[in-house]
Each structure stands twice: as structure tokens, then as C-alpha cells.
Design a protein around this ligand. Structure first.
Ligand SMILES: Nc1nc2c(ncn2[C@@H]2O[C@H](COP(=O)(O)OP(=O)(O)OP(=O)(O)O)[C@@H](O)[C@H]2O)c(=O)[nH]1
Ligand SMILES: [Mg+2]
Length: 227
């Protein structure tokens, strides 16, 4: 049985659970750089990094724009496979949001698929600054094998992560909760403790405060742990 969450020392998890109503204001959000290889990612001086991963077209780039309230900051597209590089955005000059390419877009050539898969796995496994990986799941779908396998792999590698359900606005009434519960119940079969999860709509701004408050909690815990 495995457990998940953010990459902070265990003694700091308690305040994470108890301190409520923390608010994060986004004062500045700027694109820093794109990297085609994980070992070419920028030196961020130990500042925490929060990255977004998930199937192509699940809404990773849109979520970054929603969180920062900068519409064109991350490039989005209705066609899958838009984001091909690791994109770093610096927020409030204090921490980073990272937009990653999607996994599982079968229409690419084999070589390209391999290159992207290498980029993702090296970033996820080797990036020391990666504080929490947000795994985006389309809230309209039944649990997908590729997502479950990816989460299983995160467990094997011991990568701290949280789940973000996307496109909540596209669900019919009643379907949203049902799909979220089905997904979480599936995870419960192999995970001792469920990771934190968030329900979002980039279209409606749903989940913005909760996600930012979570990031803020983790940032505070990290700076407290460093003294
Ligand atoms: N209705 C609705 N549409 C969304 C939402 N989030 C994303 N979309 C749409 O879904 C499509 C894909 O969004 P992206 O943000 O580009 O997805 P991505 O995961 O970054 O995709 P890749 O970079 O190709 O892996 C776009 O047409 C978005 O407008 C949402 O919350 N609600
Ligand atoms: Mg994208």
C-alpha cells in the first residue's frame, strides 16, 4: 500500500491539514523558458516547482492560465499534442508552475512518442525541485487505464502527487460526483491513503482558490522546514 501528497517533511504535514483559509494572491506570472530535455531545465535555486501532467488535451495548459488569470500565458489548443516541451513559469518570483507535454497521444510517430515519454519520465524522476506533481484527470471519463498505470508508476517511483479533475463544467448534473468517486474508489484498491484531490474547471474558475491555497500551504511548510 502506498501514500501520496506533497514533498515536505512528515512533521510539516500536520499544519498542512489543519491550517485553513490560507489565500494565495498571484502578483506576477511570467514565462521563463522551454526545455526539450529534463537535464536542460533551468536552475531555479531550490525554489519549489509544481508541475502539471496528464493525457494530451486534458487541460494542463488551460489550468495554468486559469490559476494565474493570464489567458495566453501557456499555449492551449483544441487539438491534442500542443505542448511538446517542459515550460517553466515563475510565480511571484518565489515558485514555479511547470507545463509538461501530455502522455498517450497515439497519433505521433514512434520516435516522437519515445522522446516525449523520456522527457516526462526524466523530469518526473530526476527533478529535485519538483515538490508536487498534479496529475490531471478528465472528470467526464470512467477511469482510464493509461492514467491508472501512470499513477501506479508514480507510486513505484515514490513521486509526490495530487489529483486534479478537469473540465467539471462539461459534466451533466450528477455525473461529476459519480465520476470523481468512481476514480477515487479505484485508487483505494491499491493506495493506503488517497492523495489530495481537486475538482476544477478552467472555463469557470472552479477549484482555483483550493488549488492555490494548497500550493501556498506547501510553500509555507517548506520555508518553515528550512527555518
Ligand atoms: N469546457 C472546458 N474546456 C476546457 C477546460 N480545460 C481545457 N479545456 C479545453 O480543452 C482543450 C485542451 O486544453 P489544453 O489546456 O491545451 O490541454 P493540454 O492538456 O495542455 O493539452 P496538450 O498540451 O496537447 O497535452 C482546449 O480546447 C481547451 O479550451 C475546462 O475546464 N472546460
Ligand atoms: Mg498543453
Amino acid at each position: 500500500m502506498k501514500s501520496a501528497g506533497a514533498n515536505v517533511p512528515p512533521s510539516y504535514l500536520f499544519p498542512l491539514l489543519t491550517r485553513k483559509n490560507r489565500k494565495m494572491e498571484i502578483k506576477t506570472a511570467e514565462f521563463l523558458v522551454s526545455s526539450s530535455r529534463a537535464d536542460q531545465c533551468p536552475d531555479v535555486n531550490g525554489k519549489p516547482e509544481y508541475a502539471f501532467i496528464g493525457r494530451s488535451n486534458v487541460g494542463k495548459s488551460s489550468l495554468i492560465n486559469m490559476l494565474t488569470r493570464r489567458k495566453g500565458l501557456a499555449m492551449t489548443s483544441s487539438t491534442p499534442g500542443k505542448t511538446m516541451l517542459v515550460n517553466h513559469f515563475i510565480i511571484n518570483n518565489e515558485w514555479y508552475l511547470v507545463d509538461l507535454p501530455g502522455y498517450g497521444y497515439a497519433k505521433r510517430g514512434k520516435k516522437e512518442m519515445e522522446k516525449l515519454s523520456n522527457l516526462i519520465s526524466h523530469y518526473v524522476c530526476d527533478r529535485e525541485e519538483l515538490t508536487c506533481l498534479f496529475v490531471l484527470i478528465d472528470s467526464r471519463l470512467k477511469p482510464q487505464k493509461i492514467d491508472l498505470e501512470f499513477i501506479e508508476w508514480l507510486g513505484e517511483e515514490g513521486i509526490p502527487f495530487a489529483i486534479v479533475f478537469t473540465k467539471a463544467d462539461k459534466n451533466k448534473a450528477g455525473e461529476l460526483r459519480k465520476n470523481v468517486d468512481t476514480f477515487l474508489n479505484t485508487l483505494k484498491e491499491t493506495w493506503e491513503e488517497l492523495p489530495p484531490h481537486f475538482i476544477t474547471s478552467s472555463e469557470k474558475g472552479l477549484g482555483r482558490n483550493e488549488l492555490l491555497a494548497y500550493i501556498e500551504e506547501v510553500n509555507v511548510s517548506i520555508s518553515e522546514s528550512r527555518g
